[in-house]
Write a protein of this length. Structure first.
Lengths: 196, 588
């Protein structure tokens, strides 16, 4: 028994199964973060006063993190491009760089968190902090998920390159789509939380 | 992305697939048929459990303050001292009845059970697109169910803030029950997310050659629209669940307003939150959820009706377009559950308009099914009886919803037993009857044996009469103003004295309904081994699941089928037999 279109593209839809699957998954993710962003907007507009993000949070650190994440998206694309050129060694290097950059992002995030906690700024202190910790925390979980997937593909999962290179390339592409989404969420979070 | 294991050598891969080990075959199966059966059996157990909770509650409503007979001694002293249930315990039963029936019973049965078993067969696929995700989906559902059940046995008991978990009541609820509820919900949402991605990809990608969109059985269309609703409507509830979890665990105030006083004491939170926000997020899921409950049922009924009238569905295309439009509109009606919150007349007017619009496609589908009966040579098989009962029952459920969709008439009816009667007519004698039709219809496909017809008919007639005895009096009580969440069944309200006696009628009807389910349970388990052997196409049906032996082998089809015609070619003029299977070539 073989399931059709796991690697090859179905002619009339122009998609492989995994490609369609990841887009559907991302659609549901849009709804998840969309609901949280809407909640943020609703709570903020109905609050009598609301602090400015740049007064409470560290804009330089967040800017640094934005650059980190965008770079990691670039290395992710590079990895896929290298696989398309049949060069698995640099492809794995780029994948590991993506993982490393994601870890660096988390380290900076943890530094920010511990700084807030040291000042007694816990989620319960204000609704601003509550939404800040919830949104960035959930985004952080997505980053950890991305590290797990990319780490697997760069490590043990890379064995597939020898048995089924086309499928491995597709997996990296699909993981990349997810990773760009995680990046994109941060691109929205950064201005919404830090700059406004 | 999860996918079937890729062994280096294709031969070894093939071998392992055909000879799964014991655990792989029965517990962690990757075969959509077995996962479908796992879903079906688990959700039937949950349906029975949810119904049992209600049978206990009905005792309290009919005979307030008297010890529960038979099982009263089994209830713990903390919940029911001397067998008399406490109000807190009643609230737990109420909240968990709704949660179990909707999220652990009906949806997993109609989507996880029937969807998993039937959809790949009907589209002519060897399995679901992502078998490993499919397995994880079942086990996430199972874990969510276990968490929900465990909460009954922790200090403070299960969630008791209603199945809607309205804030701030749910946030300040003592005990771990509500937290368990939220964690359990996150598991269930993950499960349905994995499932819905899988269904959409399977339907879009794995359709057999020749199976064009307008040749898809209506059941597959219904599952496709349902999957989109699950995919896009559940994440906002997940977001809401995360926010409420933060409120309960981290002490935030997303749903806690400023100046909230509980028990004459101000609640120590930072405040500034919005209880109405929870309602918006909840109903943004829970209204599409209504169509998640009803669409697969309509799909099952369409299959059974076409098969047993021996003629094509009347208005197949309008039904398909209606289902798609229904799915789209279901995202725009959620606040008709919230007319009483004081959203303002403009918003109410918008939502009552969309609510009236969404009734149009529902009526088109139901009318098409009714018109399909006209001129048919109806076979009164057990599945057909359930499908026939579904039509007027769902009709009653739908029509009684109209006064609730209009803001002015909703306000006096809100939160009364009228609402309970309305949505139970949609879901219980509606959806659950359709699900029974589906079980009787596809049981021979799953097991290779038919269910007993006499027991089936006793089950049908007994259930049909008693279930109306349960829900019809609720309209009377509701119109008299009886509130839905009264622990004493309304005894303390002088104005309800005239309608109190219906509580006894409802209670006895509910217990009789429970009694008639015994016929189903015996029939179900006995027929697995003792039923009459069924051929591959026991109902002389046309769709692809009947083009393979019963039960279908691993991989479903000896050779993947090719489709040459529409789904319901019954009684084609000039044909020798009264059905032409979809995979029969034109010149055959």
């Amino acid at each position: 028994m073989q399931i059709p279109y796991t690697v090859e593209v179905r002619p009339d839809t122009g998609l492989s199964n995994a490609k369609l699957g990841i887009w559907l998954f991302l659609a549901s993710e849009v709804m998840l973060f969309g609901a949280l962003f809407s909640s943020y907007v609703l709570l903020r507009v109905s609050a009598p006063q609301w602090p400015h993000g740049y007064e409470e949070l560290s804009v330089p650190l967040a800017t640094f993190n934005t650059i980190i994440l965008i770079s990691s998206s670039v290395t992710m694309v590079m990895s896929w491009a290298q696989l398309k050129l049949k060069r698995p060694v640099p492809a794995r290097m780029y994948l590991w760089s993506t993982v490393a950059l994601a870890l660096l992002f988390l380290v900076v995030k943890l530094y920010e968190y511990s700084h807030h906690f040291a000042l007694g700024e816990y989620p319960r202190a204000s609704t601003f902090l509550a939404i800040y910790f919830t949104l960035t925390g959930l985004h952080g979980l997505h980053v950890i998920g991305g590290i797990a997937v990319n780490g697997y593909l760069a490590g043990p999962g890379a064995a597939m390159w020898r048995s089924d290179p086309e499928r491995y390339t597709n997996r990296v592409e699909v993981a990349g789509l997810y990773w760009h989404f995680v990046d994109l969420v941060w691109i929205f979070l950064f201005p919404a939380l830090y700059l406004l | 992305m999860a996918s079937p294991g890729t062994a280096p050598a294709a031969a070894a891969h093939h071998h392992r697939d055909d000879e799964p080990g014991f655990l792989r075959k029965y517990f962690f199966s990757l075969d959509h048929k077995w996962i479908g059966i796992q879903y079906t059996v688990t959700s039937l157990v949950f349906l029975l459990l949810g119904f049992t909770l209600m049978m206990i509650m009905r005792w309290q409503l009919a005979y307030p303050g008297q010890p529960v007979p038979l099982i009263g001694g089994l209830l713990s002293a903390a919940n029911a001292p001397g067998g008399i249930m406490l109000p807190e315990f009643y609230n737990q039963l109420g909240a968990m009845h709704g949660t179990i029936m909707v999220f652990l019973g009906v949806v997993p049965l109609s989507v996880g059970g029937f969807g998993n078993f039937v959809v790949p067969l009907q589209v002519g696929a060897p399995d679901m697109a992502f078998p490993r995700l499919n397995m994880m989906s079942y086990w996430a559902y199972f874990a969510g169910g276990v968490i929900m059940l465990t909460s009954f046995f922790i200090p403070g008991g299960a969630a008791n803030s209603g199945w809607t978990s309205y804030a701030p009541l749910s946030v300040i609820a003592v005990g771990g029950g509500q937290t368990f509820w939220l964690v359990g919900m996150i598991f269930l949402i993950t499960s349905s997310l994995l499932g819905s991605v899988n269904f959409i990809v399977t339907i879009v990608q794995l359709r057999a050659p020749g199976l064009t969109w307008m040749r898809l059985p209506f059941f597959v269309w219904a599952q496709l629209v349902t999957s989109f609703l699950l995919l896009l409507a559940f994440p906002p509830l997940e977001a809401a669940g995360v926010l409420q979890l933060m409120d309960r665990v981290a002490g935030t105030s997303f749903f806690m307003p400023s100046g909230l006083v509980v028990g004459n004491r101000p609640v120590a939170v930072s405040g500034g939150g919005s209880p109405i926000l929870w309602q918006h997020l909840f109903w943004f899921l829970a209204h599409p959820e209504v169509y998640v409950l009803i669409l697969p049922a309509l799909g099952i009924v369409a299959e059974v009706v076409a098969n047993n009238t021996r003629k094509p569905l009347w208005g197949y295309k309008p039904m398909v377009y209606s289902a798609i439009f229904l799915g789209f509109m279901s995202f725009l009606v959620w606040a008709h559950h919230m007319f009483l919150t004081g959203m303002g007349t403009t918003i109410s007017a918008f939502f009552q308009t969309t609510t009236m619009i969404i009734s149009i496609p529902s009526v088109i589908i139901l009318s098409s099914l009714f018109l399909s009966l006209y001129g048919g040579a109806i076979r009164y098989t057990t599945p057909m009886l359930f499908a026939l009962a579904f039509l007027p029952m769902f009709g009653i459920g739908g029509l009684t919803g109209l006064p609730l969709g209009l803001a002015s008439s909703d306000i006096p009816l809100h939160d009364t037993y009228y609402v309970i009667g309305h949505f139970h007519y949609v879901v219980a004698p509606g959806t659950i009857f359709a699900l029974f039709a589906g079980i009787y219809f596809w049981f021979p496909k799953a097991t290779g044996r038919r269910m007993n017809d006499l027991l089936g008919k006793i089950h049908f007639w007994g259930s049909f009469i008693t279930i109306n005895g349960v829900f019809m009096p609720m309209f009377i009580q509701g119109l008299a103003g009886m509130n839905r969440r009264l622990y004493d069944g309304g005894m303390t309200y002088a104005g309800l004295a005239d309608v109190l006696r219906w509580n006894t009628v409802i209670a006895y009807s509910a217990w009789a309904l429970g009694f008639f389910q015994i016929f189903f349970i015996i029939n179900f388990f006995w027929s697995i081994r003792g039923g009459r052997a069924a051929t591959g196409n026991v109902w002389s049906a046309t769709t692809l699941e009947w083009a393979t032996p019963s039960p279908p082998p691993h991989g479903n089809f000896a050779a993947l089928p090719t489709v040459y015609r529409g789904p319901y070619e019954y009684s084609v003029p000039g044909s020798d037999v009264d059905f032409v299977p979809q995979n029969q070539p034109a010149e055959a």
